[in-house]
Design a protein around this ligand. Structure first.
Ligand code: HGY
Ligand code: MN
Ligand code: MN
Length: 419
């Protein structure tokens, strides 16, 4: 007998209680910093595994450090519907980015189990571990592992302390040699769904609680090193300097101008480290990162050419060296139209007076990787002022509950399509 499904209010309360538990695990007291393969990531992964098991999923922590859970369906051998997101965070990040989507998947499975609903397909929930790519110069490595596109070179990538990903993975309890076997067989997934805060202002401005993602913007990242000449801050005449930090600063402003010149494009320098970093020493070197994005691949390519040309001209005029090491490049990824429509049907079935507004994603997500092996779609949830990658990241319990109810109804819609 099918009991009733929990209300959005109950689902929201459960989500916030679960997030309070999950977000106890941080590498920085007083902040939420949970980098890939850190001690806090291990604790969070174990917490998620336990939460999955309580919800009726069979769960394990995989070779790459993600947590995979699965609940079998009524039809043997049917392709699974996967619900995923990530539990790694940026430094001093928000409580909801990634974490909400994992908790939502667990709560959706739990609600259907408790209501006695047997879906005709297995449902999997995955908590990916390396979506932010903050610790190592990788790109969505743990979801790319499932997609079968893991770059073995990532294993030798080093963090700022010089530890390789491979060393950190073994210390975490993972298994670098076991990563290739994580690749999913083509056709083994019927759909990939991800619920995620919007991390932008559109839904709030439109007074919408949820939205359906149409596409995820193209993005590119690189590490750069400018090499000049260190010198005495008091004696080297300005005209004779090869100040690496001043050159890097000019490049930072050049990136800003290039991004501003292209519609809906963005460009960011989030890390800038002068060397040796002493008040009275002209910086002999400077390392920094660039992150730039655009809705269209061709726009990103044009930006990349402009960046290289402008940076080279600055380096030449200032007589400094410049090394650019790209480490992440992702083409724009359209979301599956039929799965977008299933989310719209899930919104309609949820009985709420929500509209199925559609919008692009400026932020990257694991859905970019998973779209290579399954139809992928994302449900965005409003978050206050769109603030994210910040401890000020906020959302309401009510919106979280509405979104999880939509996710449940979308699973029921997919099941109805099979009848
Ligand atoms: O940077 C991003 O777009 C994502 O939040 N990792
Ligand atoms: Mn995220
Ligand atoms: Mn993020």
């Amino acid at each position: 007998m099918t009991q009733t499904l929990p209300s959005a209010a109950v689902l929201g309360a459960r989500a916030f209680a679960a997030l309070a538990g999950l977000n106890r695990f941080s590498d920085e007291p007083g902040k939420l910093t949970r980098l890939y393969l850190s001690p806090a990531h291990r604790q969070a992964a174990e917490w998620v595994k336990g939460a999955m098991e309580v919800a009726g999923l069979t769960a394990f922590i995989d070779a790459a450090g993600s947590v995979q859970g699965r609940r079998e369906g009524a039809v043997p051998g049917a392709a699974a519907v996967m619900i995923g997101s990530h539990i790694d965070t940026v430094k001093d990040g928000g409580r909801f980015d990634g974490n909400l989507g994992v908790v939502a998947g667990i709560l959706a499975v739990q609600a259907l189990r408790d209501a006695g609903v047997a879906l005709p397909f297995p449902v999997e929930v995955v908590a990916f571990g390396d979506e932010e790519n903050v610790r190592f110069p990788t790109h969505l490595s743990t979801s790319e592992a499932l997609a079968g596109h893991y770059d073995p070179a990532w294993l030798n990538a080093k963090d700022e302390d010089g530890e390789t990903l491979s060393q950190a993975l073994r210390a975490f309890g993972g298994d670098p040699d076991g990563i290739p076997a994580l690749a999913r067989a083509p056709g083994s997934l019927r759909a990939y769904l991800e619920l995620h805060i919007e991390q932008g202002p559109v839904l709030e401005a439109q007074n919408e609680a949820v939205g359906i993602v149409t596409a995820i913007n193209a993005q590119s990242r690189a590490r750069l090193r400018v090499t000049g000449e260190a010198g005495h801050a008091g004696t080297v005449p300005m005209a004779l300097r090869k100040d690496a930090l001043s050159a890097a600063a000019e490049m930072v402003l050049a990136l800003e101008a290039i991004a501003a010149a292209h519609d809906n494009a963005v460009g960011t320098v989030g890390v800038l480290r002068p060397e040796p970093g002493a008040t009275n020493v002209v910086p002999g070197a400077a390392e920094f990162t660039v992150d730039f994005r655009a809705p269209l691949d061709e726009t990103l390519a044009a930006m990349e050419t402009e960046i290289r040309n402008r940076f080279a001209a600055i380096a030449s005029r200032r007589g400094v060296g410049l090394e650019i090491v790209p480490y992440a490049r992702a083409a724009a990824v359209p979301m599956d139209p039929a799965l977008q429509d299933a989310l719209a049907a899930g919104i309609a079935r949820s009985g709420s007076n929500l509209s199925a507004r559609r919008l692009p994603s400026g932020a990257g997500h694991d859905a970019m990787a998973m779209a290579a092996i399954a139809p992928a779609a994302m449900l965005f949830v409003r978050n206050e002022k769109g603030i994210s990658h910040s401890p000020l990241e906020k959302m309401t319990e009510a919106d979280a509950g509405l979104a999880i109810r939509v996710l449940i109804e979308t699973l029921l819609e997919l099941a109805a399509q099979l009848r």
